[in-house]
Write a protein that binds this ligand. Structure first.
Ligand SMILES: [Fe+2]
Ligand SMILES: [Fe+2]
Ligand SMILES: [Fe+2]
Ligand SMILES: [Fe+2]
Length: 431
């Protein structure tokens, strides 16, 4: 059944202002919530932050009174939606637990998108980014155990593997190398556009979360680990946003933002089982339909084009959360040694030239070592080995994967070697 967002009935703007109680009172139980309800909550917070932020940027450059009035009214609504969604997280959910949730979003969302992405180059970029967030989940999981005594399955509930990915110390690139080729706005499908904007919003919010919370712990090494991974999320925002056609006008971008909100809420509503969350997705979808329809009128008026040319006549689903272990394992085995090429392409470590610009960044930032590597050394000191959740075959292949991931240059002095992983893999994790 098609769902034409330009024709469905929304909630009028004058009914979108809510009471403080309604905005702020709901929160889930961290021990009972389904991990994919939590990932929806984390993602939709990022979507709302982006919607709000974009409107402020647009308003600062806009001279049209009608448009300014629409932006002024809906900014407040986006902001109140963001409060409701972000504050669903209960106060007893620690920063590290929330962090595992953020990385689970990144892994399972990117894997889903990669398999539903019509543009092969965009898909390759999703697969590439996927293995980096997968490694972040592994590094942070060690910390969640060391600081709070919880295993990652307390958060990811066995749906996402926790094991070495492309090592974080090799995620640091020259930001010019991070820039990718953008799609062509005239030929890209709505699915591609919505996928990218959804991921940009998610990565941006992950970056913001680490920036706002990475100092919450006293451990110097954990602070540095957050700083190191936050910087990678900054690169992820740069990489994914560079896929967007920069010649889209502000009105086209406004249309895409509202359409992305409609699509993501619709997807959440379709998948949700949680009785407290379901009415939120339904209500906010109705609000977004109204935003979208006004944005479509503005687009028609100022661009003299049909909004269907941009968003099509049916909804798309960018964020179906489900376990992606098999897919992620396949990409991990094939691409752990993949790196960003200097010509907006991809290359394998054996083909990287000596003058690759990212080596300079890795060698400079990693001059004193890499906190994400030391993390593994510290847990191994305490527990004999790293904390890993994966099938037996993948676990036993970890030293092989570590070996495959090595670069000729840019490896820090504290790199955990394949031989060390081999030794660790023979040990039991001492719970
Ligand atoms: Fe919104
Ligand atoms: Fe990440
Ligand atoms: Fe990321
Ligand atoms: Fe909106």
């Amino acid at each position: 059944m098609t769902f034409n967002a330009l024709k469905e009935k929304g909630l009028p703007l004058e009914k979108q202002v809510r009471t403080w109680h309604d905005i702020a009172h709901r929160k889930y139980n961290k021990n009972e919530v389904d991990c994919y309800s939590r990932t929806r909550q984390i993602l939709m917070n990022g979507i709302e932050v982006e919607a709000w932020n974009f409107k402020h940027n647009f308003a600062r450059l806009c001279q049209d009174q009608d448009t300014l009035e629409f932006l002024a009214q809906t900014k407040r609504i986006e902001d109140a939606q963001q409060t409701t969604i972000n504050w669903l997280a209960p106060c007893d959910q620690s920063v590290l637990e929330t962090t595992l949730g953020y990385e689970q979003v990144a892994v399972d969302l990117t894997a889903w998108m990669a398999q539903n992405e019509p543009d092969p180059y965009v898909k390759e970029t999703f697969d590439f980014g996927l293995l980096e967030d997968f490694d972040h989940l592994y590094r942070y999981s060690q910390w969640a155990y060391m600081i709070h005594g919880i295993t990652p399955n307390a958060v990811v509930q066995g749906q996402t593997d926790v094991i070495l990915g492309r090592p974080t110390q090799n995620h640091h690139n020259c930001n010019i190398v991070r820039l990718r080729k953008h799609y062509d706005k005239a030929t890209a499908t709505p699915q591609t556009k919505v996928n990218i904007l959804t991921l940009v919003a998610g990565e941006q919010q992950t970056h913001n979360y680490y920036g706002e919370h990475g100092f919450a712990y006293g451990s110097e090494l954990l602070r540095e680990t957050y700083a190191e991974i936050k910087d990678v999320e900054e690169e992820h925002v740069t990489m994914y946003e560079s896929l967007i056609d920069p010649s889209e006008s502000f009105y086209e971008k406004l249309l895409m933002h509202e359409f992305t909100e409609v699509c993501t809420y619709h997807n959440c509503m379709t998948d949700e089982k949680d009785e407290m969350l379901m009415p939120i997705w339904e209500e906010f979808l109705a609000m977004e339909l109204d935003h979208l329809q006004t944005a479509a009128k503005l687009f028609k008026k100022y661009e003299k084009r049909d909004p269907e040319e941009v968003i099509g006549e049916d909804i798309v689903h960018p964020c179906h959360f489900t376990s992606q272990k098999d897919y992620v394992e396949k990409v991990l085995r094939a691409e752990i040694d993949k790196r960003l090429g200097s010509n907006k392409d991809y290359q394998f470590t054996k083909d990287i030239p000596d003058d690759w610009a990212s080596y300079w960044v890795q060698e400079t930032a990693g001059k004193d070592g890499s906190p994400s590597e030391v993390t593994i050394r510290v847990i191994a000191e305490q527990k004999n080995r790293d904390l890993v959740c994966a099938n037996e075959k993948l676990k036993s292949d970890l030293p092989k994967l570590a070996k495959k991931s090595v670069q000729q240059k840019g490896m820090t002095c504290d790199t955990v070697t394949a031989e060390e992983y081999e030794k660790m893999s023979k040990e039991e994790f001492e719970l």
